[in-house]
Design a protein around this ligand. Structure first.
Ligand code: GTP
Ligand code: MG
Length: 213
């Protein structure tokens, strides 16, 4: 019988190994040399990017999360594997944040420049709050990624905050939205950083994207 590796188990093992914070980049020129694949966490302020990164790596407090929208202000780079296999990038949120307008605009420019111009960016996870669905600013980001031909996957966050029937409905709507976008992965994942559901599947998707040559 041929040995078939189980992607969920392989991904669990990958994240059980070394994961560490590398640096915070306030501008693109501070990013490390692009020597491996990168997977980025994008989404509106407060959607749960940092919390999802913590849940994914099984390390609470690795990426800083907070109730104040605008907690993450730089591109935070994390390294997975030793020797290094791929990097995870926790980004500032776009859209509303509790910060002056010009500062929010600066974070947004940083995020958009990174998304458009990073050759080693293998996949972007575009996070969508289960309670709100796809908003115009999410659509704007998806259009940018389509144009730049950067592969991305929509991920519903905070799935624990709504009823399973509502979650199924927003999942179907979000999958329909994904189908209309050129570079979107057709499968949408529903997750909760709080209860952990959907996290093993997300891990498998990230490892698959990160380890692809
Ligand atoms: N119930 C629940 N709360 C969550 C979940 N994920 C995140 N949160 C909460 O949502 C808030 C924002 O989470 P963050 O992870 O800081 O969100 P972010 O997208 O990184 O925010 P910015 O960096 O400010 O853009 C925090 O209070 C989290 O505890 C989840 O799956 N379930
Ligand atoms: Mg954050």
């Amino acid at each position: 019988m041929r040995y078939e590796p189980d992607p969920i188990e392989e991904a669990r093992r990958r994240f059980a190994g070394p994961v560490s914070f590398m640096l915070s980049a306030p501008a693109l020129e501070f990013l490390p040399a692009p020597k491996c694949s990168e997977i980025a966490f994008a989404g509106r302020s407060n959607v749960g990017k940092s919390s999802l990164l913590n849940a994914l790596t099984g390390r609470q407090g690795l990426a800083r999360a907070s109730t104040t929208p605008g907690r993450t202000q730089e591109l935070n780079v994390f390294e997975v594997g030793e020797p290094l296999v791929f990097r995870l990038i926790d980004m500032p949120g776009y859209g509303f944040a509790k910060a002056p307008k010009d500062i929010v605009a600066r974070w947004q420019a940083l995020v958009f420049d990174y998304l458009r111009g990073r050759a080693v960016l293998k996949r972007v996870l575009v996070l969508i709050d289960s309670r709100h669905g796809v908003k115009p600013v999410d659509k704007e980001v998806m259009d940018i990624l389509d144009k730049a031909a950067v592969s991305y996957q929509l991920v519903l966050t905070k799935g624990d905050k709504i009823k399973p029937t509502e979650l199924a409905k927003v999942l179907a709507e979000t999958e329909a939205a994904a189908r209309t976008q050129a570079a979107a992965y057709p499968q949408v994942l529903a997750t909760s950083a709080e209860t952990g559901f959907g996290i093993p599947e997300l891990r498998a998707a990230v490892v698959q994207a990160g380890e692809a040559a």
